[in-house]
Design a protein around this ligand. Structure first.
Ligand code: PMP
Length: 383
C-alpha cells in the first residue's frame, strides 16, 4: 500500500518508535525525586530540548500537551499573563480557513469572535485584517502557518507586525509547517505556536504549545498539579514526549532537503495535469508547502475517486481528513470562493519522510485508469 496522506498523520519514524520503547521500558513519574523519577525527567527534558530546537527556542518555552487541538484550546483564551500581570483580550480574530480546533473559538464567547477573510489563493487578506484590528479592544489573532488542505503559507511576518502594532497577541497553528518550513517566532512576531507530533512522524496524542517568551503565556487549560511549570496539569506522557523529541530532531534535519519533497510534488502535479489539462490546482499560484498538492477535476467526485484509489491501495485524502466520515464541502475551499461543485471534487495528496519516487510513480500509474473509469471526458485527447 502507498501512503500519500501525511497531512492527516505521518507514519511513525523508527527513531521515534525506539525512543518510545526505551521510555516505556522504564518506571517512574517525572515529578518523583528518586532515581526512577529522575530518569523519566531526563528523558522528558531531552525531548523538550529537541522540540524547542525545531522552533529555535529554549526548552523552557515548550509546554507538552495532548496534541495540537489542546495546544490551540490553551492559546485561545481571553486571559493571558504578561510580565506577571493579567492581560485581558476582548476578542478573537481567526482566519477563515483555520482548523476546526481554532474555528471552534477556544475559550472565547461566540459574540467575541470574528473571522478574517482569505483571497482566492487562501491567503489572509491583510487589509481586511488591519480593518478588523482597528475596530475594538485588544485581540487575540490566530492564523495558521500553512493550511492542511491546500498547503498555502500565510504571510506571517506581515500579520505579526499588524497584530503587535495593535497591541494584540498572535497565535500561530504551525502543525502543518513543522518540518516543512522554518518555524520562526521572532520573524513572525508570534507569541505562541501549536505543534502536533504525529504530523512529523512522532506518536499521536502529544503536541506542544511553544511560546516566544515565558513572560507572556495563556492561562492554563488544565489546572491541578504543577507539572509543566504550572502551565499544564497532569502526569506527563514521557514515552510520547520521547517519541515527539526524536521526530522533531529528524524533522529539523530534513528542513535542509525539502526540495526533495517539492520535486516529487511537482512531478505529481505535472502528471495529474498531463492527463487532465483542466485540473484546478488550489493555491497553485501562491507560496505553498513543499509536500502538498490539492486539486480538482470538475465532475470527478472526490469521494468516488478516493475509493477508487483505495481499491488500488493508494491512500489519498479528499479535503480535510478531520471532516471525513461526513461528505461535507471543504470550508477552506468555500472561503477561497471555490464553487461547491468543484470543491466536492478536491483531492489532497500530501508527502512526507517516507515518500519517494515509488509512491509518485504508483499514483501516476493508477491515475489515468481512474480518470478513464470515472470521468473519461476529462482526459486529454492524445494525438
Ligand atoms: N491544526 C491543524 C492545521 C491540523 O491539521 C490538525 C490535525 N488535522 C490539528 C490542528 C489538530 O491536531 P491534533 O488532531 O493532533 O490535535
Amino acid at each position: 500500500p502507498i501512503y500519500l496522506d501525511h497531512n492527516a498523520g505521518a507514519p511513525l519514524r523508527a527513531a521515534a518508535r525506539e525512543a518510545m520503547i526505551a521510555a516505556l521500558a522504564e518506571t517512574g513519574n517525572a515529578s518523583s525525586v528518586h532515581t526512577h523519577g529522575r530518569a523519566a525527567r531526563a528523558r522528558l527534558e531531552l525531548a523538550r530540548e529537541t522540540v524547542a530546537q525545531l522552533c529555535n527556542r529554549r526548552a523552557r518555552a515548550v509546554t507538552f500537551v495532548s496534541g495540537a487541538t489542546e495546544a490551540n484550546m490553551t492559546a485561545l483564551t481571553p486571559v493571558w499573563q504578561a510580565d506577571g500581570a493579567p492581560l485581558y483580550l476582548d476578542r478573537l480574530i481567526r482566519g477563515a480557513t483555520e482548523h476546526p480546533s481554532v474555528a471552534s473559538g477556544g475559550r472565547f464567547a461566540v459574540k467575541d469572535q470574528t473571522v478574517a477573510a482569505v483571497d482566492s489563493q487562501g491567503r489572509i487578506d491583510l487589509d481586511a485584517l488591519a480593518h478588523l484590528l482597528g475596530q475594538g479592544g485588544p485581540a487575540l489573532v490566530s492564523i495558521m502557518a500553512a493550511n492542511n488542505e491546500t498547503g498555502v503559507v500565510q504571510p506571517l511576518a506581515e500579520i505579526g507586525k499588524l497584530v503587535q502594532g495593535h497591541g494584540g497577541v498572535f497565535h500561530v497553528d504551525a502543525v502543518q509547517a513543522a518540518g516543512r518550513m522554518a518555524i520562526d517566532l521572532d520573524e513572525w512576531q508570534a507569541d505562541a505556536v501549536s505543534l502536533s507530533a504525529h504530523k512529523i512522524g512522532g506518536p499521536q496524542g502529544i503536541g506542544a504549545l511553544v511560546v516566544r517568551s515565558t513572560a507572556r503565556v495563556p492561562a492554563p487549560l488544565l489546572t491541578g498539579g504543577g507539572q509543566e511549570n504550572w502551565r499544564r496539569a497532569g502526569t506527563e506522557n514521557v514515552a510520547a514526549a520521547a517519541g515527539f523529541g526524536a521526530a522533531a530532531e529528524a524533522a529539523l534535519a530534513e528542513l535542509e532537503t525539502t526540495h526533495r519533497l517539492s520535486a516529487l510534488r511537482d512531478r505529481l502535479e505535472a502528471g495529474v495535469t498531463a492527463i487532465c489539462p483542466d485540473a484546478v490546482v488550489f493555491s497553485g499560484n501562491a507560496h505553498r508547502l513543499p509536500n502538498t498538492l490539492c486539486f480538482a477535476v470538475e465532475g470527478l467526485a472526490a469521494e468516488t475517486a478516493l475509493i477508487a484509489f483505495d481499491l488500488e491501495r493508494v491512500s489519498v485524502s479528499s479535503g480535510s481528513a478531520c471532516s471525513s466520515g461526513k461528505v461535507s464541502v471543504s470550508h477552506v475551499l468555500t472561503a477561497m470562493g471555490v464553487d461547491e461543485a468543484l470543491a466536492r471534487c478536491a483531492l489532497r495528496i500530501s508527502l512526507g519522510w517516507d515518500s519517494g519516487e515509488a509512491e509518485v510513480e504508483r499514483f501516476l500509474e493508477v491515475w489515468p485508469a481512474i480518470v478513464d473509469r470515472l470521468k473519461p471526458e476529462a482526459r486529454t485527447r492524445a494525438a
